[in-house]
Design a protein around this ligand. Structure first.
Ligand code: AMP
Length: 190
């Protein structure tokens, strides 16, 4: 089963992905984590993307598509991926379908975590003190939320049309979200 976890920054995608990984024996593929690793390791790609990430904009579709192909093409991860933070644009969603098709896989569920801008700001400021992410401050949080609002609608419509979208209230307590998500995945596994 391949799952997409979708939602604005601070929605809890990372937290919920880790829970799903443990409970259902899957692998988390976070494009944000992969990109931050490039910056940390001071690679050529890292130097190209750091200013984009720190301004709250999206890096190019081509860069992230290349990063995810390494996972999708690897048999260890076959039909066991949680896509965390990917796709973020309609073009990425289409690229993902083509890529999964190439490796005889598909998207099984898209979980959308809904949260307000107010909650996003609060959570990002909390995370800033814990994780010290360079793009976690109030001003960039607002920018990232706006970037999400601009690009997410066509992605959501795309998955609504294919009947894959499940909306989860991301404002609920973590344990409540855990059980709602478990219920959705169990129902699909049948
Ligand atoms: P995240 O950790 O998912 O919040 O991602 C952090 C930042 O990495 C985002 O604000 C973007 O600049 C970049 N990023 C992560 N995933 C993507 C993606 N799928 N497409 C474009 N940019 C991305």
């Amino acid at each position: 089963m391949n799952i997409i976890i979708f939602g604005p920054p601070g929605a809890g995608k990372g937290t919920q992905s880790k829970f799903i990984v443990n409970k259902f024996n899957l692998y988390q593929l976070s494009t944000g984590d992969l990109l931050r690793k490039e910056i940390k390791n001071k690679t050529k790609l890292g130097s190209e993307i750091s200013s984009i990430i720190n301004s709250g904009e999206l890096v190019s579709d081509e860069i992230v598509s290349n990063l995810i192909e390494k996972f999708v093409s690897n048999d260890t991860y076959k039909n066991k991926i949680i896509f965390d933070g990917y796709p973020r644009t309609l073009n990425q969603a289409k690229n993902l379908d083509n890529l999964l098709d190439k490796y005889k896989q598909k998207v099984d569920i898209v979980l959308k975590l809904s949260v307000s801008l107010q909650t996003v700001k609060k959570r990002i400021l909390e995370r800033q003190t814990q994780e010290k992410r360079a793009d976690d401050n109030e001003e960039i949080a607002i920018k990232r939320f706006k970037t999400y609002e601009k690009s997410s609608e066509p992605v959501i419509d795309y998955y609504k049309q294919s009947n894959l979208l499940k909306v989860v209230n991301g404002e609920a307590a973590i344990s409540e979200i855990n059980s709602e998500i478990s219920g959705i995945i169990d129902a699909i596994k049948g």
